[in-house]
Design a protein. Structure first.
Length: 403
């Protein structure tokens, strides 16, 4: 129910199950009884407090359900026969090194989830493997109880005129069976808080929370699709765009968006002289067929299609940082090819970067190029590419022989 509904409702008046259950405490809310309000607004907080308490009992039942493994350890196939499997104990040995940094144990989790798992691991006392697993699981059980209680409050706050509907969260059997299987509820809570902020028009906060939710679990990305569609339909955005979709997925995305009445005008693939997959694998043809423009990113191949690496690796360049750039690509044979491409650019009266951008724009499907610059003069250099966009057949043949 929308928080802007004209009046509040009582569950015992509209729900037969709630009405029957209420007989234990005197029956449904009377015909002439008035719902509690404060300052003209529904008093949803008492309901939220009651449901949060009940939610803690629901999670406690989940701990009981995992009791066999909690006392005897999580070993296979025993944990499956007793239906007490959980991912959590396997992470008890993360160690004290901060995840994702050199020397730390590998952790196949999104960054926010991984950091929380690491922090919980720091609280686990030394002991045998089973003792550490028991401590780790118990600490997570406490944290998940808090997460669920806050989630119930957030849900009730999202529907203040019908806060008892949060009982669908607080008393869900899913909490008993699955709440303690993984850290998924962390992402659920952050996503729910993002939706609450969005509903209250606190857009900046909603964006931050949604970003954190995606950094905790990947599935909140689905919310971005819904928000994007709402933005287009409400006039807050003019069109939708996609990025790095293969050809068949491009057609399917266009079909879905078209069915939803949302124009998809932009495709953003990675494309340059050294990475030509969108051209060779039919992405450009699919985009053209669907009426999309193509704005390519990384047109300079992370700086390799500039004069930066023609005479070695300069200090402070991306190649020296080792992040997102494989220095091993800069072999003598590869650098020789870059120098020959630079020679062709000079004959055209351009820098290598300008020729690389012009080559991208010479493809009919390409609308424009997205560049990354660290200095103003780099922007000027790239923008000057529009001064000479035409290529002779001989120039194209020479470039093709080198790339």
């Amino acid at each position: 129910m929308s928080p802007h509904a004209p009046e509040s409702v009582a569950p015992t008046r509209i729900d037969p199950v709630a009405a029957s259950a209420s007989e234990l405490i005197g029956g449904p809310l009377g015909r002439y009884a008035a719902l509690a309000v404060r300052g003209g607004r529904p008093a949803w907080r008492p309901a939220a407090a009651v449901l949060a308490g009940l939610a803690s009992l629901t999670v406690a039942l989940g701990v009981v359900q995992k009791g066999h493994c909690l006392t005897r350890g999580w070993s296979s196939p025993d944990q499956f026969w007793h239906a007490c499997y959980s991912d959590l104990p396997s992470s008890a040995g993360i160690g004290h090194a901060i995840p994702y940094l050199p020397g730390a144990a590998h952790l196949d989790q999104p960054v926010i989830s991984g950091l929380v798992m690491w922090l919980i691991g720091l609280l686990v006392p030394d002991g045998s493997a089973i003792v550490r697993a028991q401590w780790y699981f118990a600490l997570w059980a406490v944290l998940i109880t808090v997460i669920v209680m806050v989630l119930v409050v957030v849900t009730a706050a999202a529907v203040p005129r019908a806060p008892w509907r949060a009982a669908q969260v607080a008393l869900s059997p899913v909490l008993v069976l699955a709440a303690l299987v993984s850290v998924d509820l962390l992402g659920v809570l952050l996503a729910s808080m993002a939706l609450l902020a969005w509903g209250r028009r606190r857009i900046m906060l909603a964006g931050v929370l949604l970003g954190l939710a995606i950094s905790a679990r990947s599935y909140p990305l689905v919310l971005l699709v819904a928000i994007g569609l709402l933005a287009v339909r409400s006039g807050r955005a003019l069109y939708a765009g996609i990025s790095n979709y293969p050809a068949e997925a491009t057609r399917e995305a266009a079909r879905i968006l078209r069915a939803l009445g949302t124009p998809c005008l932009i495709h953003q693939p990675r494309f340059n002289m050294l990475q030509r997959e969108p051209l060779e694998q039919g992405v450009f043809d699919a985009a053209a067929h669907e009426g999309m423009g193509v704005i390519v990113f990384s047109p300079l191949a992370q700086g390799m299609l500039t004069d930066k690496y023609l005479d070695g690796v300069p200090p402070g360049s991306r190649a020296t940082s080792g992040r997102w750039f494989d220095k091993g690509k800069l072999t003598p044979e590869f650098v020789s090819r870059l120098r020959k491409l630079n020679g062709i650019a000079k004959e055209r009266g351009q820098t290598l970067a300008q020729m690389a951008i012009a080559w991208n724009l010479s493809h009919a499907a390409v609308t424009w190029c997205l560049i990354g610059a660290s200095r103003p003069e780099q922007i000027d250099d790239c923008a000057a590419a529009v001064g000479s966009l035409a290529f002779s057949p001989a120039e194209l043949a020479s470039i093709a022989a080198l790339i």
